[in-house]
Design a binder for this molecule. Structure first.
Ligand SMILES: [Fe+2]
Ligand SMILES: [Fe+2]
Length: 168
């Protein structure tokens, strides 16, 4: 139908694709919301001189991840979806729960790397699924992906320091 093809993801013939993208966006939204919770806790719990750098870094990330959640929520609405309510939330970050000892910084660093890695994998998938059919979502997610790659690289650097000392 040439008359609606120009509407891209909003075209009636792309309704099924839109539902698929909405599901992926909802998952991304929850990932960001859970990351905000995890980063709040981990920007406050860690003890010790060297924990300070990690705490400050996570404190900065909270705002960025919250912004990502809001971007995903907005895109859900733009695609005619409804931003889900809190009752639909399911936890997926066992690796970012508080460690037994609050001086266990390596636990936090590894948890952050795992969270960022999971986000990177999911966002790469959205970029692939939206290719050629939903440029706006794809463009938005590419930008968010860059933030997550930056976060992951930063924490990999932190981990390298501990590994060099034989503490990770
Ligand atoms: Fe994020
Ligand atoms: Fe991130």
């Amino acid at each position: 139908m040439a008359t609606t093809t120009g509407l891209g993801i909003l075209a009636p013939e792309n309704a099924e694709k839109r539902v698929e993208i909405l599901e992926l966006l909802e998952h991304a939204y929850w990932m960001e919301v859970e990351t905000v919770m995890s980063y709040i806790a981990n920007s406050i719990n860690p003890d010790g001189v060297r924990a300070q750098e990690i705490r400050e870094s996570l404190e900065e990330d909270i705002q960025e991840e919250l912004g990502h959640a809001q971007q995903y929520a907005n895109r859900i609405k733009e695609l005619d979806g409804v931003v889900p309510g809190s009752e639909q939330f399911k936890t997926e970050q066992p690796f970012l729960q508080p460690p037994d000892e609050q001086t266990d910084i390596v636990h936090v660093i590894k948890g952050v790397i795992e969270a960022e890695t999971g986000a990177i994998e999911h966002y790469n998938r959205i970029i692939e699924v939206t290719d050629g059919v939903d440029w706006v979502t794809q463009d938005m997610v590419i930008e968010i992906l860059r933030d997550e790659e930056g976060h992951r690289r930063l924490f990999q650097g932190f981990l390298r320091e501990y590994e060099a000392e034989g503490k990770a």
